[in-house]
Write a protein that binds this ligand. Structure first.
Ligand code: AMP
Length: 406
């Protein structure tokens, strides 16, 4: 079964159900970072949930928001309280948000019963109960008691079967996707399963082992597959090139060879770097490098490949320019260190410049690179789910999505 025909692409959304006067439990992803003063330091995830929340308000729903925050390990630890998020959300919506200091129990039930149409409440961190991650049935029932309908807008946690993402749906109906979830399914699902061609996949990062399944699944769909970052050295090593002291997974050579073979069979143009920026020293702590040099396909002994070279950038950019669909996941080098970041940023540039193509960016590092390059607004879609995006692209069924009405 190809992903495009997959049930994931035919989920009901909030536009398919009546919401007026209904108590709606909305699982969002408000797992935001905080600064030393305990203030929310990045509101991206809160802003991303606004379209769904605003739609529910306008439809006259009684909105009950639920999220996890950090890893309180099943204990009520106020360091992980969602109270500061309620404040930020209220400022963004210009409307009061009733923060409830628990997520289950009679007090919470009473408080949500009293909500008026178009009013909003935010429950305390669902991970204050270990039953959340255990997907406990009773806890799921308690959550379900709060509402008459369920909305999942937290794609980033959809690959986990937890009480608020999966268990609760056994006891609540209807259960539908929010706008953010809908867009993730559309871009990572439909747009890559039936892509406008040529479809170019750009994968990078540290390890082949993390991306084996995604490489395999995307070789079934792509026209071009570009592999950069340290991952590329395992492929080059498999082709008997010298890789010096570069990050390498010698035990994954067979996998690299199998991918090269599959690319041939499927007529996928698999591109590896033709040159690398190398150095004799990488110090991650001080973010410094030794002397830099660019070499071709072979890296001398004791030297480390840290980025793709300019010839590779040119070669990859040309392919990117000609593409109609582009998926970018993983950096081309050690982009955290300025002198090893040029390849990643150049690829981000090339993607942003192709305004004709549908460009989809996934994975924390690639998103950071695209945003830091100032091109965040020039790409078509930035995925909010790290692990969930990869699992979805692999073709895995995500429990949080599978649980929704089709
Ligand atoms: P991943 O988590 O697998 O997406 O990998 C991201 C990490 O890969 C980043 O922290 C990069 O610094 C690292 N990376 C990319 N290219 C290289 C390289 N040539 N050598 C070492 N690390 C790399």
């Amino acid at each position: 079964m190809s992903l495009g025909d997959n049930i994931h692409c035919h989920m009901k959304t909030i536009e398919d159900i009546s919401l007026s006067g209904r108590r709606v439990f909305v699982r969002v992803d408000f797992n935001v970072p905080f600064d030393e003063k305990g203030q929310v330091s990045d509101t991206t995830r809160i802003v991303a949930a606004l379209p769904t929340i605003q739609y529910l308000i306008h439809q006259g729903a009684k909105v009950i928001l639920a999220s996890h925050l950090g890893r309180p390990d099943g204990e009520k630890n106020l360091k992980y309280s969602l109270a500061p998020v309620a404040k930020v959300l209220s400022e963004l919506l210009k409307q009061p948000v009733l923060f409830l200091p628990d997520c289950i129990g009679t007090d919470v039930q009473r408080a949500v019963q009293a909500l008026g149409n178009g009013e909003i409440s935010l429950l305390e961190n669902v991970r204050f109960y270990k039953e959340e991650t255990d997907n406990d049935e009773n806890f799921s029932k308690e959550l379900a008691k709060l509402a008459d309908a369920y909305v999942n807008d937290a794609f980033g946690t959809a690959h986990r079967a937890h009480a608020s993402t999966a268990g609760i749906t056994k006891f609540l109906s209807p259960k539908v996707a929010g706008f953010l979830m809908g867009r993730e399914l559309e871009f990572l699902g439909k747009k890559t399963a039936h892509p406008e061609r040529p479809f170019t996949v750009i994968l990078g990062g540290a390890k082949v082992s993390d991306k084996i399944s995604v490489i395999d699944a995307l070789l079934d769909r792509a026209d071009n597959m570009i592999i950069g970052g340290a991952m590329a050295y395992t492929f080059l090593f498999a082709q008997r090139h010298r890789t010096g002291n570069s990050l390498l997974e010698p035990d994954k050579v067979d996998i690299a060879l199998a991918a090269i073979q599959k690319a041939k069979q499927k007529n996928v143009n698999l591109l590896l770097p033709v040159d690398s920026v190398i150095t004799d020293l990488v110090d991650f702590e001080t973010r410094t490098l030794g002397t830099l040099q660019t070499v071709g396909l072979d890296i001398p002994e004791n030297m480390i490949g840290i980025d793709i070279g300019t010839k590779s950038v040119e070669l990859f950019s040309k392919i990117i320019q000609q593409s109609k669909t582009i998926l970018f996941n993983g950096p081309m080098g050690i982009f955290e260190i300025k002198d090893a970041a040029k390849g990643t940023f150049s690829i981000a540039d090339a993607i942003a410049k192709n305004r004709e193509a549908i460009s989809i960016i996934g994975g924390g590092d690639s998103i950071k690179a695209i945003n830091e390059s100032g091109h965040g607004k020039d790409v078509t879609f930035i995925s909010t789910g790290g692990g969930a995006s990869l699992e979805f692209l692999e073709g895995k069924i995500l429990p949080g999505v599978d649980a929704l009405d089709k």
